[in-house]
Design a protein. Structure first.
Length: 312
């Protein structure tokens, strides 16, 4: 935890930001061939995963907080502007179809509101009070985890939201590409992959954005795994809302049980599309009701239910 008693938010100075420095590797990029341009971008992108790896410990702390928040009926709330806000919304919007969870479990907040998802809303990121109000409207509480996202680590909208969260004793995480930033001062844990200067100076939708996407994937995915929403590496909570996902459900049960396609179809039909119930029915050769009771005794965790042979 790096919270300081006195927090000051200095006026922006781009010279101080790593992401605003010129990248020596791309100084002559405008004179290169198409393939040479792509190789420069690719070489820089390779560095992102290494920088994220250095933050694994801090990411793990955040994942444990998120997992505990979900167990206490709390939420994961992402807050950002521009690319950062859109990436938070993307991660949040993909959790319900992937893990069949409530759309209110993981929430994305972007400066400028819904309009800013598709269009640039100039000036929205500079409004600290708007960030505060956005979190207050969500009735953020100590049960929640709030992740502020900004490459610069100093976006006023995000700072306002993080401060509002701190006042409720919610856990607050910063995800930036700038060390010792104002956001890091506020955060209970700081995730700071130092992706460095961009190929196109200041275009943080590139390496910084890639790092953010990688970390957000880790936060939500690892928390869902810890909650038992994944069996082996299979998405057993997938929501079969279209033909592709219905076929994926069949394949998941096939992979988990080794049974025939016909048996899988039958078990899913009898289990009303519930993948976990279908797997238990086939594994233990039991009825849907027996499978439901077994799963209930295991607290809804398929791994525990599969390992439990006691019928009592």
């Amino acid at each position: 935890m790096r919270l300081k008693k006195t927090i000051t938010f200095p006026s922006i100075n781009l010279d101080d930001l790593l992401t605003e420095q010129r990248n020596p590797a791309s100084l002559e990029i405008d004179q290169k061939s198409t393939e040479e341009i792509l190789r420069i971008i690719n070489r820089e992108d390779r560095k992102v995963a290494w920088m994220v790896e250095k933050e694994i410990h801090q990411i793990a702390v955040a994942v444990d907080w998120i997992t505990e928040a979900f167990r206490r009926q709390g939420r994961l709330i992402y807050v950002g502007s521009g690319t950062s806000g859109r990436l938070g919304i993307l991660d949040a919007s993909e959790c319900p179809p992937t893990y069949n969870v409530s759309p209110n479990l993981v929430i994305g907040v972007i400066a400028g509101g819904n309009k800013a998802v598709m269009d640039s809303v100039e000036g929205a990121e500079d409004n600290e009070q708007a960030g505060r109000r956005a979190l207050l409207r969500l009735k953020v509480s100590r049960k929640d985890v709030v992740v502020g996202i900004a490459a610069s680590g100093r976006t006023p909208f995000v700072l306002g939201a993080m401060l509002a969260a701190k006042e409720t004793n919610a856990k607050v995480v910063s995800l930036t590409s700038t060390p010792d930033s104002p956001m890091e001062q506020i955060a209970d844990v700081a995730i700071t992959p130092l992706t460095g200067p961009e190929v196109v100076t200041g275009s943080t939708r590139m390496k910084a954005g890639t790092a953010q996407k990688m970390v957000l994937n880790m936060l939500s995915t690892a928390a869902m795994i810890r909650l038992g929403y994944v069996f082996s590496n299979l998405m057993i909570h997938v929501q079969p809302t279209n033909d592709k996902l219905r076929e994926r459900s069949r394949r998941i049960v096939l992979e988990a049980t080794g049974k025939s396609y016909q048996e899988v179809e039958q078990s899913l039909r009898k289990g009303r599309g519930n993948i976990k119930i279908a797997i238990l029915m086939l594994h233990f050769q039991e009825s849907p009701r027996q499978a439901q009771l077994r799963l209930k005794r295991a607290g809804g965790n398929l791994r525990k239910a599969m390992n439990c042979t006691n019928e009592g």
